[in-house]
Ligand binder design. Structure first.
Ligand code: SF4
Length: 251
Protein backbone atom coordinates (compact mmCIF):
# COMPACT_ATOMS: atom_id res chain seq x y z
CA UNK A 1 0.00 0.00 0.00
CA UNK A 2 1.13 3.54 -0.64
CA UNK A 3 2.31 4.86 2.73
CA UNK A 4 -0.43 7.21 4.01
CA UNK A 5 2.13 9.29 5.84
CA UNK A 6 3.61 10.52 2.61
CA UNK A 7 0.46 11.27 0.62
CA UNK A 8 -0.67 14.88 1.00
CA UNK A 9 -2.33 15.25 -2.36
CA UNK A 10 -2.04 13.83 -5.82
CA UNK A 11 -1.04 14.97 -9.26
CA UNK A 12 -0.26 13.46 -12.65
CA UNK A 13 3.02 13.04 -14.46
CA UNK A 14 2.62 12.07 -18.06
CA UNK A 15 6.16 11.74 -19.30
CA UNK A 16 5.57 9.96 -22.60
CA UNK A 17 2.50 9.42 -24.75
CA UNK A 18 1.46 6.64 -27.12
CA UNK A 19 1.38 2.87 -26.76
CA UNK A 20 0.93 -0.47 -28.53
CA UNK A 21 -1.84 -2.90 -27.66
CA UNK A 22 -0.50 -6.01 -25.93
CA UNK A 23 -3.46 -7.98 -24.57
CA UNK A 24 -7.29 -8.14 -24.59
CA UNK A 25 -7.57 -5.43 -21.93
CA UNK A 26 -6.13 -2.98 -24.47
CA UNK A 27 -8.89 -3.52 -27.03
CA UNK A 28 -10.84 -0.34 -26.19
CA UNK A 29 -7.90 1.58 -24.69
CA UNK A 30 -8.90 5.11 -23.67
CA UNK A 31 -5.63 6.48 -25.07
CA UNK A 32 -6.59 5.26 -28.54
CA UNK A 33 -10.15 6.52 -28.14
CA UNK A 34 -8.93 9.97 -27.12
CA UNK A 35 -6.29 10.17 -29.85
CA UNK A 36 -8.75 9.10 -32.54
CA UNK A 37 -10.85 12.18 -31.82
CA UNK A 38 -7.78 14.38 -32.40
CA UNK A 39 -6.51 12.41 -35.41
CA UNK A 40 -3.35 11.42 -33.49
CA UNK A 41 -1.62 8.05 -34.14
CA UNK A 42 -1.47 6.36 -30.71
CA UNK A 43 1.16 3.90 -31.95
CA UNK A 44 3.77 6.65 -32.09
CA UNK A 45 5.41 7.06 -28.69
CA UNK A 46 6.72 10.56 -27.92
CA UNK A 47 8.19 12.35 -24.93
CA UNK A 48 5.74 14.95 -23.60
CA UNK A 49 6.47 18.56 -22.74
CA UNK A 50 5.94 17.63 -19.07
CA UNK A 51 8.77 15.11 -19.10
CA UNK A 52 10.74 16.93 -16.39
CA UNK A 53 7.72 17.92 -14.28
CA UNK A 54 8.88 16.42 -10.93
CA UNK A 55 12.10 18.46 -10.90
CA UNK A 56 10.73 21.77 -12.18
CA UNK A 57 11.26 24.63 -9.79
CA UNK A 58 9.53 27.88 -8.98
CA UNK A 59 11.34 31.21 -9.12
CA UNK A 60 12.14 30.93 -5.40
CA UNK A 61 13.96 27.65 -6.04
CA UNK A 62 11.38 25.35 -4.48
CA UNK A 63 10.07 22.39 -6.46
CA UNK A 64 6.75 23.06 -8.20
CA UNK A 65 5.41 19.68 -7.04
CA UNK A 66 5.29 19.85 -3.27
CA UNK A 67 6.73 17.24 -0.99
CA UNK A 68 4.38 14.39 -0.09
CA UNK A 69 2.48 14.39 -3.38
CA UNK A 70 1.35 11.12 -4.94
CA UNK A 71 2.21 11.26 -8.65
CA UNK A 72 0.18 9.08 -11.01
CA UNK A 73 2.92 8.33 -13.52
CA UNK A 74 2.64 7.59 -17.23
CA UNK A 75 -1.10 7.27 -17.76
CA UNK A 76 -1.30 7.61 -21.57
CA UNK A 77 1.41 5.04 -22.26
CA UNK A 78 3.16 2.22 -20.41
CA UNK A 79 6.22 3.09 -18.33
CA UNK A 80 7.97 -0.10 -19.48
CA UNK A 81 7.22 0.17 -23.20
CA UNK A 82 10.34 -0.53 -25.27
CA UNK A 83 10.00 2.69 -27.29
CA UNK A 84 10.84 4.58 -24.08
CA UNK A 85 14.00 2.63 -23.22
CA UNK A 86 16.13 5.62 -24.25
CA UNK A 87 14.32 8.02 -21.89
CA UNK A 88 13.70 5.80 -18.87
CA UNK A 89 17.04 6.29 -17.10
CA UNK A 90 16.39 10.02 -17.03
CA UNK A 91 12.96 9.29 -15.56
CA UNK A 92 14.50 7.08 -12.85
CA UNK A 93 16.96 9.91 -12.05
CA UNK A 94 14.03 12.24 -11.39
CA UNK A 95 12.23 9.60 -9.32
CA UNK A 96 15.41 9.12 -7.27
CA UNK A 97 15.92 12.87 -6.83
CA UNK A 98 12.32 13.32 -5.65
CA UNK A 99 12.34 10.68 -2.93
CA UNK A 100 9.93 12.95 -1.05
CA UNK A 101 7.18 12.12 -3.60
CA UNK A 102 5.45 8.79 -4.23
CA UNK A 103 5.25 7.52 -7.81
CA UNK A 104 2.46 5.14 -8.82
CA UNK A 105 3.10 3.27 -12.07
CA UNK A 106 0.57 0.94 -13.73
CA UNK A 107 1.85 -1.56 -16.29
CA UNK A 108 0.78 -4.37 -18.57
CA UNK A 109 4.46 -5.01 -19.30
CA UNK A 110 5.71 -6.44 -16.04
CA UNK A 111 7.63 -8.94 -18.21
CA UNK A 112 9.95 -6.05 -19.16
CA UNK A 113 10.44 -4.84 -15.57
CA UNK A 114 13.73 -6.60 -14.78
CA UNK A 115 15.47 -5.17 -17.85
CA UNK A 116 14.19 -1.64 -17.17
CA UNK A 117 15.28 -0.91 -13.59
CA UNK A 118 18.23 1.34 -12.73
CA UNK A 119 21.51 -0.04 -11.36
CA UNK A 120 20.81 1.04 -7.78
CA UNK A 121 17.24 -0.34 -7.70
CA UNK A 122 18.16 -3.16 -5.28
CA UNK A 123 14.93 -4.51 -3.78
CA UNK A 124 13.03 -1.42 -4.98
CA UNK A 125 12.72 2.27 -4.22
CA UNK A 126 10.56 3.08 -1.18
CA UNK A 127 8.83 5.85 -3.13
CA UNK A 128 7.60 3.72 -6.04
CA UNK A 129 4.46 1.55 -6.29
CA UNK A 130 4.27 -0.59 -9.39
CA UNK A 131 0.82 -1.94 -10.21
CA UNK A 132 0.38 -4.97 -12.46
CA UNK A 133 -2.78 -5.10 -14.59
CA UNK A 134 -4.49 -8.44 -15.23
CA UNK A 135 -7.77 -8.50 -17.12
CA UNK A 136 -8.43 -12.24 -17.44
CA UNK A 137 -7.16 -15.57 -16.11
CA UNK A 138 -4.69 -16.11 -18.94
CA UNK A 139 -2.85 -12.88 -18.21
CA UNK A 140 -3.11 -13.39 -14.45
CA UNK A 141 -1.40 -16.76 -14.93
CA UNK A 142 1.28 -15.20 -17.13
CA UNK A 143 1.98 -11.90 -15.39
CA UNK A 144 1.51 -12.60 -11.69
CA UNK A 145 4.35 -15.15 -11.27
CA UNK A 146 6.69 -12.61 -12.90
CA UNK A 147 5.28 -9.82 -10.72
CA UNK A 148 5.66 -11.93 -7.58
CA UNK A 149 9.35 -12.47 -8.31
CA UNK A 150 9.99 -8.80 -9.14
CA UNK A 151 11.86 -6.66 -6.63
CA UNK A 152 9.22 -4.02 -5.89
CA UNK A 153 8.49 -2.52 -2.46
CA UNK A 154 4.80 -1.74 -3.05
CA UNK A 155 2.62 -3.98 -5.21
CA UNK A 156 -1.02 -3.61 -6.30
CA UNK A 157 -2.92 -5.90 -8.69
CA UNK A 158 -5.33 -4.04 -10.97
CA UNK A 159 -8.11 -6.19 -12.46
CA UNK A 160 -9.42 -3.60 -14.87
CA UNK A 161 -11.07 -3.85 -17.30
CA UNK A 162 -12.25 -7.04 -15.67
CA UNK A 163 -13.21 -9.29 -18.62
CA UNK A 164 -13.98 -12.57 -16.85
CA UNK A 165 -13.78 -14.22 -13.47
CA UNK A 166 -10.18 -14.40 -12.23
CA UNK A 167 -9.09 -16.82 -9.55
CA UNK A 168 -6.28 -15.20 -7.54
CA UNK A 169 -6.24 -17.91 -4.86
CA UNK A 170 -3.34 -19.88 -6.35
CA UNK A 171 -1.06 -16.82 -6.12
CA UNK A 172 -1.17 -16.54 -2.31
CA UNK A 173 -1.55 -12.77 -2.63
CA UNK A 174 -1.69 -12.32 1.14
CA UNK A 175 2.07 -12.91 1.23
CA UNK A 176 3.09 -10.18 -1.21
CA UNK A 177 0.27 -7.94 -2.43
CA UNK A 178 -0.82 -4.68 -0.76
CA UNK A 179 -4.15 -4.26 -2.55
CA UNK A 180 -6.37 -5.58 -5.35
CA UNK A 181 -8.35 -3.09 -7.44
CA UNK A 182 -11.31 -4.19 -9.60
CA UNK A 183 -13.27 -2.29 -12.22
CA UNK A 184 -15.20 -2.61 -15.45
CA UNK A 185 -14.57 -1.09 -18.84
CA UNK A 186 -15.67 2.38 -19.90
CA UNK A 187 -16.57 3.72 -23.35
CA UNK A 188 -19.23 3.03 -25.96
CA UNK A 189 -17.72 -0.36 -26.90
CA UNK A 190 -17.36 -1.52 -23.29
CA UNK A 191 -17.53 -5.21 -22.52
CA UNK A 192 -19.72 -6.34 -19.66
CA UNK A 193 -18.44 -6.62 -16.10
CA UNK A 194 -20.22 -9.21 -13.95
CA UNK A 195 -20.62 -8.29 -10.29
CA UNK A 196 -19.98 -11.91 -9.32
CA UNK A 197 -16.46 -11.63 -10.74
CA UNK A 198 -15.90 -8.60 -8.52
CA UNK A 199 -17.28 -10.37 -5.46
CA UNK A 200 -15.09 -13.40 -6.06
CA UNK A 201 -11.98 -11.22 -6.13
CA UNK A 202 -13.17 -9.58 -2.95
CA UNK A 203 -13.67 -12.96 -1.27
CA UNK A 204 -10.11 -13.92 -2.11
CA UNK A 205 -8.85 -10.65 -0.62
CA UNK A 206 -10.94 -11.20 2.48
CA UNK A 207 -9.62 -14.70 3.01
CA UNK A 208 -6.01 -13.63 2.41
CA UNK A 209 -6.18 -10.38 4.39
CA UNK A 210 -5.55 -8.09 1.44
CA UNK A 211 -7.06 -4.65 0.94
CA UNK A 212 -9.70 -4.50 -1.84
CA UNK A 213 -11.06 -1.56 -3.82
CA UNK A 214 -14.03 -1.84 -6.16
CA UNK A 215 -13.10 1.25 -8.16
CA UNK A 216 -15.82 1.50 -10.80
CA UNK A 217 -18.56 -0.53 -12.45
CA UNK A 218 -17.67 0.17 -16.07
CA UNK A 219 -20.29 1.14 -18.66
CA UNK A 220 -22.00 -2.27 -18.83
CA UNK A 221 -22.59 -3.90 -15.50
CA UNK A 222 -24.28 -7.26 -14.89
CA UNK A 223 -25.88 -7.84 -11.52
CA UNK A 224 -28.71 -10.10 -10.28
CA UNK A 225 -29.55 -11.34 -13.77
CA UNK A 226 -29.75 -7.89 -15.34
CA UNK A 227 -27.32 -5.82 -17.44
CA UNK A 228 -27.18 -2.12 -16.64
CA UNK A 229 -25.81 0.68 -18.84
CA UNK A 230 -24.09 3.10 -16.51
CA UNK A 231 -23.05 6.59 -17.58
CA UNK A 232 -19.41 7.54 -17.07
CA UNK A 233 -20.16 10.03 -14.31
CA UNK A 234 -21.89 7.36 -12.17
CA UNK A 235 -19.48 4.44 -12.62
CA UNK A 236 -17.34 5.32 -9.58
CA UNK A 237 -20.24 6.34 -7.32
CA UNK A 238 -22.21 3.19 -8.15
CA UNK A 239 -19.22 1.08 -7.19
CA UNK A 240 -18.88 3.00 -3.93
CA UNK A 241 -22.54 2.35 -3.15
CA UNK A 242 -21.88 -1.39 -3.20
CA UNK A 243 -19.83 -0.80 0.00
CA UNK A 244 -17.64 -3.82 -0.54
CA UNK A 245 -14.19 -2.22 -0.19
CA UNK A 246 -11.84 -3.76 2.34
CA UNK A 247 -9.39 -1.48 4.11
CA UNK A 248 -6.04 -2.94 5.12
CA UNK A 249 -7.27 -6.48 5.16
CA UNK A 250 -10.27 -5.77 7.43
CA UNK A 251 -13.91 -5.17 6.47
S1 SF4 B 1 -0.95 -0.98 -22.28
FE1 SF4 B 1 -2.42 0.50 -21.46
S2 SF4 B 1 -2.02 2.41 -22.56
FE2 SF4 B 1 -1.04 0.74 -23.71
S3 SF4 B 1 -2.55 0.13 -25.27
FE3 SF4 B 1 -2.82 -1.19 -23.47
S4 SF4 B 1 -4.42 -0.19 -22.26
FE4 SF4 B 1 -3.62 1.32 -23.70
Amino acid sequence: MIPNAIVKGSSMWNLWHGCHKVSPGCMNCYVYRGDAKRDVDSNIVTKTKNFDLPIRRKRNGEYKISSGTLLYTCFTSDFFIDDADVWRNEAWNMIRERNDLHFLIITKRIDRFSQCVPNDWGDGYDNVTICCTVENQKYADYRLPIYKDSAIKHKIIICEPLLEGIDLNPFKIGEWIDQVVAGGESGSQARVCDYNWVLNLRNTCLSQNVSFWFKQTGALFFKDGKTYSIKRQFQHSQARKARINIESGCE
